[in-house]
Design a protein around this ligand. Structure first.
Ligand code: IDP
Length: 738
């Protein structure tokens, strides 16, 4: 179909920013057709989930030639519960039958179209030779098709022309263990392309009925995708749930079903993926890689603990005695299925019985969400939103201000959180293996001590590693966050960048095939380049999927929780708050009333030239306030330590600056007045319990400009002049100065 409007929109979208629904355009060379190229358009996976971005066409896989759609994939469809439109209550109320349930085969997607009589065979987003062409899906599929067409007595051109005339794309699943092993087995006799759909090459998604698909498939030698028709939606739901109990249909393990129906009169798809035994098989696969890498490694995952233990009891010696199989698995990624089947045969248990082993002796299920991220990925925002929506525990490492024993405090808080919650988010970057190892070890101990069945769930904020886009997103977020953080505060951009680069440089991606990451039972893709709100949704749907958590999210509640998380003010740890800064002091003293002091001086210094100078000369400075210094911050003398501590206690709670009255009265007796050419001070004695850090307790009266007040101390030791006065008792008040 020609659609110039669509092509114009795609071209515009290809120049968009990633956050606004960018599409990647790629020019592909068509196989066996020198000079013929075709454009492919690839959207970012997360944009299919976004409620903000409207894609020009939500197809997964699209190839065009000039203004013509040549190959069109299905509109992206979702698992039950994954998005609003595939929650059961939406499906039950908004879709209409009949429901065509096609078996979900487990391979890679292949699409086939025709252009000018030439057959175009593509993978989801590519055709023709590629850079880094170690495994070319469209080539392997093309070769298979060529062979099958020959067997069926057909030519490539016939198939191309039929598709072109009808303006259709044929869609199939290429499953072949010889080419690429997935989880379910496809030995040679069942390997090939299972044709499952015929899409019209139009912008609006329109697809033909399964019987039409199978009829065309049979004529050209494709493998048949089984399907069954169900009239009502309730029946459909019951049927799917029944099959899910065993993960099998007609005695064969399958991955699930794709359900085709109508919504608002248009074609609508959703999928229903079985969890078991698929997930158990996946766990065995990971466990196999772990023990091949390190035969001593322990397998700690709890999801299929008993069954996996049984599997490993068999697999360890078997792999030792079959080194060729071990090598095939390690080097080529093939042979896992063979190993699994050998085990099932040996154990004489079917997958359902193995799954039953789980149910024995269960502890309390506890779920721990472990982010693996760098700074600014949105860990805290996602955690706050989830904690607010579902009342989960949230422990922030940045809230632990102590430097020594920091992990112990963090881990104690996690332990406390588990005593109150079943799901806990441990908010820390965990960007290195060492950090993850430390967490797993600590939480294994908690689990043993409390009888928890601990489920470790990784939140992978950097599934593509710390790439440029992720760097830009996180840097701009952190700069915008400013000082609203426990530790990254009062820093300029280069300082912030330096810290962030440190994390980026040390980052070690999640590698589930080895320790410690093999402890992760589930890893959820929460790419930070996506918004944190979408990441919250991704976490919820993955947990619903994997653990049947039945978490509900109402859009308005999600919006409110997310907005509150964005507005969140970090708890600034004690020690870095401005108030605390003011708790420092420079000296403690007894202040006397300045009026009383001035009267005393005036009556005793009449006619004194220094005193007169102090009052009239611009080169002299008469003090405005008078005090006796008791303990100076700068003083290192240990004998004043107790004194300082005592004064300091009096100071806590006060936030004023300058002289701070500590609400204690202290008498001061003025005994004489001393001076030299530079400075004048009154000698005092202190009948109270206070000692002075000055050898000669005194009140500085005034000095020549530029003379530091502390010179009074030296002067008192070696004065030029002194007048004795009749001792005067003044009432002073204990003060701190800061
Ligand atoms: P971190 O805990 O991984 O360091 P956060 O503190 O959650 O990251 O996020 C860093 C900053 O980015 C915060 O100021 C937060 O409000 C903001 N932020 C997080 N997610 C989003 C988002 O999806 N859109 C816009 N700003 C966000």
């Amino acid at each position: 179909m020609y659609d110039s409007a669509l092509l114009a929109e795609l071209a515009a979208a290809s120049t968009q920013k990633a956050s606004a629904g960018k599409v990647k355009r790629h020019t592909n060379q068509v196989w066996d057709a020198p000079g013929l190229t075709i454009e492919s358009w690839k959207f970012n996976e997360w944009d299919y989930y976004s409620t903000k971005v409207k894609l020009p066409i939500p197809s997964r896989g699209l190839f065009t030639k000039e203004d013509q759609i040549v190959v069109r994939g299905y509109d992206k469809f979702f698992n039950v519960g994954e998005v609003e439109s595939t929650k059961w209550n939406s499906i039950l109320t908004e879709t209409t039958g009949p429901y065509a349930l096609t078996l979900k085969e487990n391979g890679c997607k292949i699409m086939i179209g025709g252009y000018n009589g030439k057959l175009i065979v593509t993978s989801k987003n590519r055709t023709g030779p590629q850079e880094n062409d170690y495994k070319n899906h469209s080539l392997a599929a093309t070769n298979w098709i060529k062979a099958r067409l020959k067997e069926a007595g057909k030519t490539e051109q016939e198939l191309a022309s039929e598709l072109e005339e009808k303006d259709l794309t044929a869609v199939g699943e290429f499953c072949d263990d010889n080419f690429e092993e997935h989880v379910l087995a496809y030995p040679p006799e069942s390997a090939g392309i299972y044709l499952n759909g015929l899409n019209r090459n139009t912008r609006e998604f329109q697809t033909l009925a399964p019987n039409v698909v199978n009829e065309l498939g049979a004529r050209y030698g494709f493998l048949r995708t089984d399907f069954l028709m169900v009239e009502g939606v309730d029946e459909t739901k019951q049927f799917l749930e029944k099959c899910a109990e065993t993960g099998a249909y007609n005695g064969r393990d399958i991955e699930g079903f794709v359900v085709r129906c109508k919504k608002d009169g248009k074609d609508f798809f959703f999928k229903y993926k079985f969890k078991e035994p698929y997930l158990m098989y996946r766990e065995w696969r990971t466990a196999t890689h772990v023990i091949l890498k390190d035969p001593q490694a322990a397998w700690k995952s709890k999801m299929h603990k008993e069954a996996t233990n049984e599997f490993l009891k068999f697999a360890r010696p078997y792999l030792k005695s079959h080194p060729e199989l071990a090598e095939k698995i390690q080097k080529e990624g093939k042979g896992i299925i063979e190993l699994r089947e050998k085990f099932l045969e040996y154990s004489n248990l079917d997958p359902e019985q193995l799954l039953q082993l789980q149910i024995n002796e269960k502890g309390t299920d506890k779920y721990v969400l472990i982010p693996v991220a760098t700074i600014g990925c949105g860990k805290t925002t996602v955690a706050l939103t989830l904690a607010s929506l579902y009342g989960w525990g949230h422990v922030q490492n940045d809230d632990v201000s102590s430097k020594s024993g920091k992990f112990r405090t963090f881990s104690n808080r996690i332990s406390q959180a588990f005593s109150e919650h079943d799901v806990v988010i441990v908010d820390r970057n965990n960007h290195q293996f060492r950090e993850r190892q430390q967490l797993f070890e600590a939480m294994d101990l908690m689990a043993d001590a409390n009888g928890y069945d601990m489920h470790y769930i990784g939140l992978d904020f950097l599934p593509n590693g710390p790439a440029q886009k992720e760097w830009e997103v996180t840097l701009s977020r952190v700069m915008n966050r400013g000082d609203n953080h426990q530790t990254i505060r009062n820093m300029d951009r280069p300082a912030v960048e330096a810290i962030m680069k440190g994390f980026r440089g040390r980052y070690q991606p999640i590698t589930v095939a080895k320790e410690p990451d093999s402890n992760f039972e589930l890893v959820i893709d929460v790419n930070c380049a996506r918004g944190s709100k979408d990441n919250v949704t991704a976490v919820v749907s993955a947990l619903n999927d994997a653990y049947d958590m039945d978490l509900e999210t109402k859009p308005e509640e999600l919006n409110a929780a997310f907005s509150a998380a964005l507005e969140h003010k970090a708890k600034i740890p004690v020690g870095t708050q401005p108030a605390q800064k003011r708790a420092t002091w420079s000296f403690f003293c007894i202040r006397v009333d300045s009026k009383e002091m001035m009267q005393l001086l005036a009556s005793n210094l009449q006619g004194n030239p220094f005193w007169q100078e102090l009052q009239v000369s611009k080169g002299m400075s008469l003090k405005q306030e008078f005090h006796v210094t008791l303990a100076h911050k700068a003083s290192e003398k240990t004998q004043f330590k107790a004194l300082k501590t005592k004064y300091h206690k009096l100071l806590t709670g006060s936030k004023e600056n300058g002289f701070v009255d500590l609400n204690v009265e202290e008498p001061v007796i003025v005994e004489s007045i001393c001076w030299n050419t530079r400075i004048m001070a009154a000698a005092v004695s202190l009948p109270g319990e206070h000692c002075s850090s000055n050898f000669h307790p005194h009140i500085t009266v005034g000095m020549a400009k530029g003379v530091p007040p502390k010179e009074a101390n030296a002067m008192m030791n070696n004065y030029d002049n002194r007048v004795e006065i009749k001792p005067v008792r003044l009432t002073g008040r204990l003060c701190a100065f800061r």
